[in-house]
Design a protein around this ligand. Structure first.
Ligand SMILES: Cc1cc2nc3c(=O)[nH]c(=O)nc-3n(C[C@H](O)[C@H](O)[C@H](O)COP(=O)(O)OP(=O)(O)OC[C@H]3O[C@@H](n4cnc5c(N)ncnc54)[C@H](O)[C@@H]3O)c2cc1C
Ligand code: FES
Length: 282
């Protein structure tokens, strides 16, 4: 028996999709920061996706994904009522959440969805959360309404200035760090260059900074070594030791190199899939 898609919504047409999946066992245990390994069909690869939200009573989890290659494109061909062959989780260590004061949560691109779940956890723990979300333009911003429903302070940055601050999330963050009395932690989730830039901004302030690493994963349970990363000079596995780590200790250069290591095969796979879609009229 598969995992049924109860709702599918294109948040940004052709680019970013949200799905609500029936998965009661996962929903029962899922915590902010956890992810699932998901497979579309028997011959498909497993890919990791963050649990962007969960509803224990309804027995559902929410995922939000950016279409970047073969598997995410194949996922986009599934419709409401369709099924995933398997969804395994919750995996990874959940976000460490405790009452600590002011927490700034920074999200970029699809990372905003994952950040939203973590921000909600911090609000529930009694922390004051300042959320900063960024995108190239207003129409690419995600989860504004959802975030504003529980977080009174949502700051926006767009590259073209169509909404909020014209520029990067890091500029808004720097302003907050300079004006706020005390920020206990900064959490950043999004593209690797964004997380790296956030760490550069927080380092001189000595602010604890947590990032979520999107390393390539194969099994997601610590057996294959694919998600190997270096944190504080130690070799760790993002799937079982993370995916969240102290951003000031992460070797981002290595992470970026490892993310590109299968580029040729990924392009070939996408090309084959596109041809197959044309033949099948999808
Ligand atoms: C813990 C974790 C949580 C993630 N959460 C999300 C999320 O919520 N939403 C989202 O859009 N993306 C998320 N990602 C990234 C997502 O897994 C990749 O975008 C996806 O695997 C791409 O597969 P593809 O076949 O469509 O693209 P491909 O063309 O195969 O790959 C495109 C790029 O995606 C990355 N990638 C490819 N295969 C994997 C893999 N098996 N594991 C990890 N990265 C891979 C590589 O950088 C690659 O260059 C997450 C990654 C991790 C590690
Ligand atoms: S994905 Fe295999 S060890 Fe982490």
């Amino acid at each position: 028996m598969g995992y049924t898609i109860l709702k599918k919504e294109e948040l940004i047409p052709g680019q970013t999709t949200m799905m609500v999946i029936e998965a009661p066992q996962i929903a029962k245990k899922a915590k902010p920061g956890n992810f699932v390994m998901l497979r579309v069909s028997e011959h498909g690869e497993r890919i990791p996706l963050t649990i962007a939200d969960c509803d224990r009573e309804a027995g559902t989890i929410t995922i939000v994904y950016l279409v970047v290659g073969k598997t995410t494109a194949e996922m986009n061909t599934l419709q409401q009522g369709g099924e995933f062959m398997d969804v395994c989780g919750p995996l990874g260590r959940p976000t460490h959440i405790e009452k600590s004061g002011t927490v700034v949560c920074v999200g970029g691109g699809t990372g905003i969805a994952a950040m939203h779940h973590i921000a909600k956890g911090h609000v529930e723990a009694g922390n004051r959360v300042i959320a900063i979300i960024g995108a190239r333009s207003k129409n690419l911003l995600l989860f504004c309404t959802e975030l504003s429903s529980f977080c009174p302070e949502v700051r926006i940055a767009t590259d073209d200035g169509s909404e909020g601050h014209k520029g990067f999330v890091t500029e808004v963050l720097k302003d907050i760090l300079e004006t706020e009395d005390e920020v206990a932690e900064v959490v950043a989730i999004g593209p690797v260059p964004m997380m790296e830039a956030v760490c550069r901004v927080t380092l001189p302030f000595g602010t604890k900074t947590t990032v979520s690493l999107n390393s390539i994963m194969v099994d997601g349970i610590g057996m294959c070594g694919a998600c190997r990363c270096t944190v504080g000079g130690k070799t760790l596995f993002a799937c079982v030791d993370g995916p969240e780590f102290d951003g000031h200790q992460v070797d981002f250069a290595e992470l970026k190199t490892r993310l590109w290591q299968f580029k040729k095969q990924e392009e070939e796979s996408m090309e084959l899939f596109s041809k197959e879609c044309q033949c099948n009229g999808r």
